[in-house]
Design a protein around this ligand. Structure first.
Ligand SMILES: [Zn+2]
Length: 255
């Protein structure tokens, strides 16, 4: 049947002499693979539309029993051109796309995560200087929507409310107090300052349109990044396959 839905192009690759295959994240059908036939022939305007980050209105022949669907039409809603003007924004945008591409199976729609992805790209497009904040917000809320909410108010081992710096315990995959860490210290553990912990509450409750109001220092951001990534890699195993995360890591650790 012919269907229409909004979608974001995650990745494209050439197929045969004239076609391209697109991984798209759609609002109504989740992640899908679409083939655009003949699009690489001369003067086909659709080729410039089918590019990563583009938010499109897509019309395609949908067949639930197939893993690939044939694209009929694509109209641009937003091309997020500014993302492409800055190397780090391209890296953040690409990593958002790669994360979605790796963690979702085909045909699992999730409108909240679709909106999160779309909003995050829109913010990356609007302010290149804030891309580290945007990506932290994306990671935290993605994990929460997938059902993995890090506990950050009390020690996962003894239950005591945090009042000091805490340790991310890689063996427990959670935050624990310094006393509990004495018994189970591990090379992969790292410290998160108490002042950074309070920022998680703000990331949790602040509306995405207001996230630039959150006051995050360089140190806050690198600690939060370490925590969210370690926590997610352990709970959401496809995260380990997103190669661009290692490039992003450098951006959080170089001022
Ligand atoms: Zn404890």
């Amino acid at each position: 049947m012919i269907v229409s839905t909004e979608g974001i192009i995650l990745k494209i690759f050439p197929y045969s002499n004239t076609s391209i295959i697109c991984n798209v994240f759609t609002k109504e059908y989740g992640k899908l693979t679409l083939i655009s036939k003949g699009v690489r022939k001369a003067k086909n305007p659709q080729l410039s539309i089918l590019q990563p980050f583009h938010q499109l209105e897509l019309t395609f022949y949908y067949n639930k029993n197939r893993t690939m669907h044939i694209l009929k039409e694509a109209d641009i809603i937003n091309d997020y051109t500014h993302i492409r003007c800055n190397f780090s924004s391209i890296l953040f945008g690409t990593t958002i796309n790669n994360v979605i591409n790796k963690i979702f199976e085909e045909d699992f729609p999730n409108k909240i995560i679709f909106r999160l992805c779309k909003k995050s790209l829109k913010l990356l497009d609007s302010d290149i200087k804030k891309n580290k904040v945007i990506f932290l917000f994306f990671l935290y809320h993605l994990s929460k929507q997938l059902g993995f909410m890090p506990s950050y108010k009390s020690c996962n081992t003894c239950g005591k409310k945090f009042t000091n710096d805490v340790i991310f315990s890689s063996s427990a995959n959670s935050l624990i107090c310094e006393q509990c860490n004495l018994h189970s210290a591990n090379d992969l553990d790292f410290v998160i300052k108490f002042s950074t912990l309070s920022k998680i509450d703000l990331i949790n409750i602040t509306h995405i349109n207001k996230i630039f109001d959150i006051d995050l220092t360089y140190e806050n951001m690198s600690e939060l990044f370490n925590f969210f990534i370690a926590f997610m890699k352990s709970n959401i195993s496809p995260m380990q396959k997103v190669k661009s995360i290692s490039e992003i890591t450098k951006l959080y650790h170089n001022e």
